[in-house]
Design a binder for this molecule. Structure first.
Ligand code: ATP
Ligand code: FE2
Length: 327
């Protein structure tokens, strides 16, 4: 079985093609970026409209197949920015109707988890899902992927991107903060906000901006201290969830998980508690179509296709709203 998956929850329009053994046949994408300022939903939507046909073509070409070889189409139905989600869904419906293929809607967060599980070969991990809009600690318990901890305000990526934007850098800011942090020498104390298994970044954001405005600190030291502080928070809540659930595997997901410093801190924590840390390749950490295709295959096998006319986007669906019938 070959599935073509369409991702369009936010800045990225992605089309992935997977087979049922978990082989990535293609993972094409086009991402909306800015030189200055953050992501604007209408601009992201227009970006998706402009590139959608080309990205589908690119993926088919990369896989060396045609639509006739595709057995199933999937798309990210939730959660995300409504104007962006609609474009992916419309393209998926168009292809499903034109080529008479079954269609299935997918939860983006769960797709991050399942592609990681497949590619890394881990069984039953706690996932630290650190992306732009989402920051959650997720694990499987009692028939669902449950959220054991999460951000009480911004996602970590949006927090990092917001601080980068404040310092005049464009989107995405995460990689720029990472590069500057490498040059940082002195740790500047920042608020550290962990409440049980939840985290919050709003106060740290304000504090960082004030420190930046004071002109007393270098960008490098601020970026370094920022990363050390907020990543330590993520590692702490991940470790607490692993202890609570008695799980021995940590899986990383989301674009911020590309950050080498976060990866290193997670690996150190796992080593110290005799657990394993799994790092999927960057191509499936950031938003991508391959994970949507893979999740399409596993959900289709357990619950079959959705009815095309009934399908609508679910911008606010939560990870624990989804009934996990395939595990
Ligand atoms: P989601 O829809 O899952 O919430 P998202 O749409 O925001 O996620 P992702 O691609 O998962 O998108 O993550 C984007 C975030 O990842 C941005 O904040 C960006 O700065 C950060 N990021 C991407 N690549 C890197 C990298 N190499 N190093 C550090 N941060 C990165
Ligand atoms: Fe994502």
């Amino acid at each position: 079985m070959i599935c073509l998956g369409i991702e369009s929850t936010a800045h990225t329009f992605g089309v992935g093609i997977m087979d049922e053994n978990g082989k990535i046949l293609a993972n094409a994408k086009d991402s909306y970026t800015t030189e200055q300022g953050g992501i604007h939903p209408t601009e992201a939507k227009n970006h998706h409209i402009a590139c959608k046909d080309k990205v589908v073509e690119d993926a088919l070409k990369e896989a060396g197949i045609t639509m006739d070889d595709v057995d199933l189409i999937s798309f990210s139905q939730s959660p995300g920015m409504a104007p962006c989600l609609v474009i992916g869904m419309e393209k998926a419906k168009e292809l499903a109707r034109k080529y008479k293929k079954p269609l299935i809607g997918i939860n983006h967060c769960i797709a991050h988890l399942e592609i990681g599980r497949k590619l890394c070969g881990c069984e039953d991990p706690v996932m630290l899902y650190a992306s732009g809009a989402n920051t959650q600690i997720i694990a499987y318990e009692g028939g669902k992927y449950r959220i054991f901890g999460e951000t009480l305000d911004n996602g970590i990526g949006n927090f990092l991107d917001g601080f980068a934007r404040y310092m005049g850098m464009g989107f995405p800011g995460g990689p720029k903060i990472y590069s500057l942090a490498l040059e940082g020498k002195e740790y500047i104390e920042l608020p550290y906000v962990v409440k049980g298994m939840d985290v919050s970044f709003g106060g740290i954001q304000t504090n960082l901006k004030q420190k930046y405005d004071s002109g007393k600190f270098s960008k490098e030291d601020l970026c370094y201290s920022c990363q050390e502080t907020v990543f330590a928070m993520l590692v702490e809540v991940s470790e607490r969830a692993m202890a609570h659930c008695e799980k021995k595997e940590l899986l990383l997901g989301g674009g911020v998980a590309c950050n080498k410093r976060l990866q290193e801190m997670c690996e150190n924590m796992c080593k110290a508690r005799d657990a394993k840390c799994f790092l999927p390749p960057n191509g499936v950490l950031v938003d991508n179509g391959a994970m949507i295709a893979w999740e399409g295959i596993i959900e289709y096998k357990s619950r079959g296709a959705d009815k095309i006319d009934d399908l609508d986007i679910k911008p606010y669906e939560r990870t624990d709203d989804v009934k996990v019938e395939w595990r």
